[in-house]
Design a protein around this ligand. Structure first.
Ligand code: FES
Length: 333
């Protein structure tokens, strides 16, 4: 009897063990299902995040593409380079005030600080045009406020004469500008820069066929170099320096020179000196005959011969050789 009970107990234990194992297996299966569902949910979430990221990327790309298109549009618009000579005591302080007052003005201006507008030599006014500037501003103290007494008056005379020179050479005189700004006129400084920038924009890029002058870059540079050389000539400099005195002061006979007469005189000097400067520049490139110079400049050969002889007498040209029957000259610089 006792043996039978033992067998039953063993059987019962076997059944219990089987059920426990089955229960564990079931539980394990349920856990696996939950784990699989969790993994699946994570995958879906990751997929959604991925899709969102792609959408954001597309949006950013589209925005960038839009910005790029805008930039391209800006590139198409002409933004002139403007060089400004600002006197230290007034105009530069005015520009400083515009900056500290957070006034906005075009960023086209590149500032060069000089002690006085009277320190800007005519040749210096032209120098920026050789370095891709489209316009040049000279800003000084108001009349009677110059810290060196007459510097701004001298600057005024120079600018007037250089404008006449530019006009003679077919370069828009509007590319050069003179005005006065005091240390307290930050707003005026910003306005002048904006106005001049617009003025130069209307003229177009310097040395571009589409500009108002219609000159190629090469021809523009050649003419500016001629103008610069004229600014070194004694006759031109004398007239520039004496302009105010000749027009406003009486001579020993109580006479004043009329503006018209002065302009005629200046025009004559500019015409002569431009031709001589052009000949000099050509002769600096290498030996050249009068006939060749006349062809390049489109001038009568007789006129060129006359000025070549003058330059030779002045010690600026010398005979290099004779080719065929044509003497060739070189510059002595
Ligand atoms: S100091 Fe300003 S123009 Fe002479």
């Amino acid at each position: 009897m006792a043996e039978q009970v033992t067998v039953d107990v063993n059987q019962a234990e076997g059944v219990l063990e089987t059920e426990r194992v089955q229960g564990l297996e079931q539980a394990s299966g349920t856990c696996n299902t939950i784990e699989a569902q969790r993994v699946e949910a994570e995958q879906v979430e990751a997929e959604q995040v991925k899709v969102e990221r792609v959408e954001v990327k597309h949006a950013v790309d589209a925005e960038n593409a839009f910005d790029a298109e805008e930039d391209l549009g800006k590139e198409g618009a002409f933004e002139p380079v403007i060089v400004g000579f600002l006197c230290n005591w007034c105009s530069y302080a005015g520009a400083d005030l515009a900056g500290t007052s957070r006034l906005s003005y075009p960023t086209n201006l590149r500032v060069i600080r000089v002690m006085c507008s009277g320190r800007v030599d005519p040749g210096l006014m032209l120098e920026p045009f050789l370095s891709a500037a489209d316009g040049v501003m000279v800003l000084g103290c108001h009349p009677a406020d110059c810290h060196y007494m007459t510097g701004n008056y001298q600057a005024e005379q120079r600018v007037l004469c250089v404008k006449a020179l530019l006009a003679h050479l077919g370069i828009a005189s509007g590319r050069l500008y003179l005005d006065w700004v005091s240390a307290a006129e930050g707003a005026r400084f910003a306005e002048l820069v904006a106005e001049f920038t617009n003025q130069v924009k209307k003229l177009g890029p310097a040395g571009c066929g589409e500009s108002q002058e219609g000159l190629s870059r090469e021809e523009f540079i050649r003419r500016v170099r001629v103008a610069k050389r004229v600014c070194e000539k004694e006759k031109f400099r004398w007239l520039v320096g004496r302009r105010k005195a000749l027009l406003e002061e009486e001579n020993v006979y109580g006479e004043k020179l009329q503006a018209g007469k002065f302009n005629d005189l200046m025009s004559f000097v500019i015409t002569e000196e431009c031709l001589r400067a052009a000949i000099e520049l050509l002769a600096e490139e290498g030996p050249i005959s009068c006939k060749e110079i006349a062809e390049v400049l489109g001038m009568p050969a007789g006129k060129v011969l006359e000025h070549t002889a003058y330059l030779k007498r002045a010690g600026l040209l010398e005979l290099h050789d004779v080719r065929g029957q044509s003497p060739r000259y070189v510059a002595l610089r």
